[in-house]
Ligand binder design. Structure first.
Ligand code: HEC
Ligand code: HEC
Ligand code: HEC
Ligand code: HEC
Ligand code: HEC
Length: 443
């Protein structure tokens, strides 16, 4: 009996001990979870007072150290097969470009873009600024410029924007001292996403009008998901400087597709430069990421720039947006696999298959263009008049703008694969038509 009793005391004791341990562990876990939840809730540390004049990201970084940390990492230098952040000279990588941009500043210096931290420095350094007169309008997308606009316009940002656009670059440059900063995408009071760039506000308003929406204002009318693309669309877009005031303008009055943009330029009689080899009045496309993405399946499915270029990440118990904006190829696990279950290597291959196909079509397009220039030059050498060559030169303008629309877009086709192929198909066709027109102009 005693043995049995002793045994049951022992069992009882063990039970108490187990219960005590379980209670302890559960309580500890509960506290730990609560701590972590508190940590997660603590998105801001509120040490610094941020106002609409606070440009310096280091000050914002006191309140939001995690995002600041990522932002600072945009100085990295990593090359991917068709992109990445190494600022190599594109003119050396692609000799055809020197002929395509003959007579234009881009034939001097045209680099692969790199991280956000460098945008002001790279603009200061390029031969396109050092050796050509550029307007203050350049700074709109390369600096934290809104407080300068506010000051130049006596409180009216739109007015200041117009003034600064018209200034010579060297004068306007004195008004700014920082690359893109937190204040360019966030409301300093609420931290909500917002768009601040006047040219984007004007451009998106014109575009929405084509869809029957008047007086569109993204800051009050866009969804949160739309804002996750609009903040990037402030700068990653096609643009031109309108008139003598050099007013920075996004050519979206007919829509965002290449032929709609071209139709706008035709309607206002705009050309970027006169091609040195042929005399054609031609256009240069600039980084139309926003426009191309708009034509792709991800945009149709509601996937925004930030989903791939600023994906969510965990830092302790906190879920934050990765402010290290960069190529998603360097970050496939977070950028793609949240939605696509395929292995990393497979996702990388899918991107590279699209890019390689685009690159091959681009090569053919460049070849077609260059052969067309040769045909036009031959015709000129045989005394064919400019008037007789006019049809060929018009076709050059069409071919060249389409080719460049894909070449200057920075995803090498990925943002909208089939649209990129369609545009390049047209480019090649127009170039060959132009070549034929030049050949038949020789009597
Ligand atoms: C579905 C994911 C996805 C979305 C959405 C997306 N991108 Fe991309 N983006 C990519 C991939 C993949 C590349 C190719 C990167 C490479 O070749 O290294 C790329 C390339 C780029 C590049 C060149 C990067 C480099 O390192 O050379 C820029 C700039 C860019 N995208 C901007 C944007 C903008 C702006 C938007 C929204 C208007 C956007 N992207 C939407 C996936 C995406
Ligand atoms: C609408 C916004 C916008 C305007 C205006 C703008 N840029 Fe840029 N710029 C960008 C974006 C986005 C990139 C990165 C993508 C790329 O390089 O294609 C870039 C890249 C660059 C680069 C690095 C790559 C290269 O092309 O060598 C230089 C230099 C540059 N811009 C100079 C200028 C100059 C000079 C002007 C004025 C004539 C100007 N930018 C006006 C948005 C803009
Ligand atoms: C104020 C204008 C501006 C805004 C807003 C902006 N960008 Fe950029 N972005 C640039 C410029 C300019 C460069 C090129 C900088 C250089 O080459 O020095 C660039 C470069 C990049 C690159 C290339 C980085 C690399 O490592 O090669 C990516 C990717 C990119 N931007 C994506 C985005 C995304 C996504 C957004 C929105 C969340 C965005 N950008 C918002 C102007 C802007
Ligand atoms: C090019 C635009 C851009 C810039 C510049 C930028 N952010 Fe963001 N930020 C975003 C986007 C996009 C999100 C996601 C917001 C959403 O989905 O509602 C975000 C989210 C945040 C959030 C909310 C929590 C999170 O991580 O999702 C904080 C806080 C934040 N950013 C702080 C900063 C700070 C601090 C800086 C400057 C060091 C900064 N951001 C610069 C675009 C930007
Ligand atoms: C937020 C979710 C989301 C993210 C993040 C995302 N995708 Fe997608 N992706 C989609 C959806 C939705 C589709 C359309 C699929 C459908 O409707 O069948 C798609 C389609 C695709 C396609 C087929 C494209 C075509 O034209 O048919 C490819 C390739 C692709 N994604 C690659 C990527 C890569 C690479 C990344 C990361 C850089 C990525 N996706 C990130 C949701 C996402």
């Amino acid at each position: 009996m005693a043995d049995v009793k002793q045994g049951s005391y022992l069992k009882y004791g063990m039970l108490v001990a187990v219960v005590a341990i379980i209670t302890f562990v559960t309580t500890w876990l509960l506290f730990n979870v609560r701590d972590r939840k508190d940590e997660a809730r603590e998105v801001s540390f509120r040490l610094a007072d941020i106002t609409k004049e606070t440009i310096d990201p280091a000050v914002w970084g006191k309140n939001f150290p995690r995002q600041y940390d990522g932002y600072k990492r945009t100085v990295d230098t990593v090359r991917t097969r068709y992109g990445g952040s190494e600022a190599f000279q594109r003119l050396e990588a692609e000799p055809a470009l020197a002929r395509i941009f003959a007579g234009y500043a881009f034939s001097l210096d045209y680099r692969e873009e790199r991280g956000h931290a460098f945008m002001l420095l790279d603009q200061d350094m390029t031969r396109r600024v050092k050796e050509y007169k550029q307007p203050g309008a350049c700074l709109h997308c390369h600096s934290s410029v809104i407080p300068a606009y506010r000051k130049a316009g006596d409180g009216d940002i739109m007015k200041g924007f117009e003034k600064v656009c018209a200034m010579p670059y060297t004068d306007a440059r004195k008004l700014v001292d920082h690359s893109i900063a937190c204040i360019d995408c966030h409301d300093p009071k609420t931290m909500d996403l917002r768009v601040t760039r006047p040219a984007f506000l004007n451009g998106i308003k014109a575009y929405m009008k084509t869809k029957g929406i008047d007086n569109y204002n993204p800051n009050t009318m866009a969804t949160r998901q739309e804002m996750r693309g609009f903040v990037c669309g402030q700068c990653h877009v096609e643009y031109y400087f309108k008139g003598d005031g050099k007013l920075l303008t996004y050519p979206w009055m007919n829509g965002l597709k290449v032929e709609q943009i071209e139709a706008y330029y035709d309607s206002v009689g705009f050309n970027d430069w006169v091609h040195k080899e042929t005399g054609a009045k031609v256009l240069k496309a600039q980084h139309p990421e926003f426009e191309m993405w708009n034509q792709g399946i991800h945009s149709r499915s509601g996937v925004a720039c930030a989903d791939c270029h600023m994906p969510y990440m965990r830092d302790g118990a906190v879920k934050i947006s990765d402010h290290h904006v960069r190529s998603p190829i360097l970050n496939i696990a977070r950028a793609c696999q949240t939605c696509h279950p395929q292995p990393e290597a497979e996702m990388k291959t899918r991107v590279e298959i699209i890019q390689e196909r685009t690159r091959k079509l681009l090569d053919r397009g460049e070849e077609a263009l260059v052969q067309m220039y040769d045909e036009v030059k031959r015709a000129k050498a045989r005394g064919v008049s400019d008037a007789a060559l006019e049809p060929a030169l018009k076709l050059q303008r069409k071919a060249q703008f389409r080719l460049d629309f894909v070449a200057a877009e920075n995803s090498m086709g990925f943002h909208a694969p089939q649209e990129a192929a369609r545009i390049l198909g047209e480019a090649i066709d127009y170039a060959r038509q132009g070549q034929l027109a030049a050949a038949t102009a020789v009597k």
